[in-house]
Design a protein around this ligand. Structure first.
Ligand code: ADP
Ligand code: MG
Length: 387
């Protein structure tokens, strides 16, 4: 469903259910071009919002309850605005959480009616949940708080919603990207200082394609925690707070004092930080070939040094390389999920066809393909006409 079709559908359902019109808001899913497993090491991530959104029509109802209908789940839910009113429907808990987190910060929320839908694929690594949170956080800031809650706080409101109402202990990147996203720009976020900078990303001759392997390997011991522990051990040995401040030179000096495993984990993190900075320089110079080369290097590092890849993702990476894709790598934590691919426009159709057929032949199911364009994040799409 295109975004325009979605808006029409939402307006129709809203007027049937509640009568009249509200304001239309939207916020986006996100990709991360490069900078993986760097956030908890105080490094950089490099996300951007995409042209897939959650969109909601929202209007104050003069009551003290929230009434909301999810078009995609085909479910209605209503809840009050006190802590004990948390709904049981998981999708509604995101909206409840946003209301509560705004209230906890001293912001204003009153009853409203809403209808929403989305075209961010759920659970594919594009952060549909952050899009949902940011859409409602932006809407309630506009409707009840005169847009006085600053945008970083809106992202934190989304993050706290995941922590406190949805049981997901996530970082800030997804909500940050969804709130701050800007068409034709990626954002380098410094996970230590929380400062960020926009970099132009509007390649004329290239495009971004995600290939979702649709596999998720659940491993017995938590590999995520083990990676974190390795990084913390090496940082401690180097006498620094996080690997953000480590260099390869310093790491090589302690090589014989640490395990080979810890050495390679830290090596990846140090090199990944450098790669993000190199990609920023390349983008400023419009050099997408270098960007692509760095993406392949990240994949190799994630696969061989950080060891968070899997057979299916390595296969997707090999096929991409063979077909002449400019850059390809795992996107997200690893052990399944998507690869993100930067490729010349004229390779697109061939790549999609070949990668789909070859993956299917080997693993017995087709991957999902998502074309993405770097687009705006949270926004007011249309204001309802004043009566
Ligand atoms: P993702 O990686 O896409 O963020 P999550 O599991 O974190 O995956 O979030 C998905 C959840 O967000 C869904 O289970 C649902 O509760 C909510 N959600 C996302 N998109 C929609 C939608 N279009 N309609 C209703 N709920 C949605
Ligand atoms: Mg999520």
């Amino acid at each position: 469903m295109t975004t325009e079709e979605m808006q029409k559908k939402i307006e129709k359902v809203f007027s049937e259910r509640f009568g009249g019109k509200g304001n239309i808001y939207a916020s986006a899913g996100r990709i991360n071009l490069i900078g993986e497993h760097t956030d908890y090491n105080g490094g950089f991530v490099f996300p951007g919002a995409i042209d897939k959104v959650i969109m909601a029509e929202v209007r104050p109802n003069g009551l003290d309850i929230v009434r909301v209908f999810s078009i995609d789940i085909d479910q209605y839910c209503e809840f009050g605005l006190n802590e004990e009113d948390a709904p049981k429907e998981s999708w509604a808990r995101y909206i409840f959480g946003i209301c509560r987190e705004i209230q906890k910060r001293g912001g204003d929320v009153k009853g409203f009616d809403a209808v929403f839908a989305g075209n961010v694929p759920l659970g594919a690594g594009l952060s549909s949940s952050a899009a949902l949170e940011s859409c409602f956080a932006f809407a309630l800031n506009d409707l009840y708080n005169g847009n006085n809650i600053d945008k970083f706080e809106l992202a934190r409101i989304g993050q706290s919603t995941e922590h406190n109402y949805c049981g997901v202990n996530c970082g800030i990147m997804d909500q940050f990207a969804s709130v701050f996203g800007r068409k034709g720009n990626l954002m380098r976020l410094d996970c230590r200082s929380m400062e960020f900078e926009y970099f132009p990303f509007s390649p004329e001759n290239y495009r971004l394609v995600l290939v979702d392997s649709r596999v998720k390997h659940e491993l017995a011991d938590s590999p995520y925690n083990k990676r974190r522990e390795s990084c913390e051990r090496v940082a401690k040995r180097l006498g620094i707070e996080t690997l953000r401040d480590a260099t390869m030179e310093a790491l090589n000096k302690i090589k014989t004092d640490i395990t080979a495993e810890d050495f390679f984990r830290a090596k990846f993190v140090i090199e990944e930080k450098e790669r993000v900075l190199a990609v920023c320089d390349a983008l400023n110079a419009g050099d997408y070939e270098t960007v692509g080369r760095k993406m392949y290097e990240t994949h190799a590092g994630l696969s061989k040094d950080y060891e968070v890849s899997c057979e299916e993702l390595d296969f997707l990476n090999d096929v991409a390389k063979e077909l002449g894709v400019t850059g390809s790598r795992i996107m997200g934590g690893g052990f399944g999920g998507c690869t993100i691919n930067l490729l010349p426009n004229d390779l697109h159709d061939k790549f999609v066809k070949e990668v789909t057929a070859r993956f299917n032949e080997k693993y017995g199911h087709e991957p999902k393909i998502y074309d993405v364009v770097i687009s705006d994040g949270a926004r007011l799409v249309e204001e309802s006409p004043k009566e």
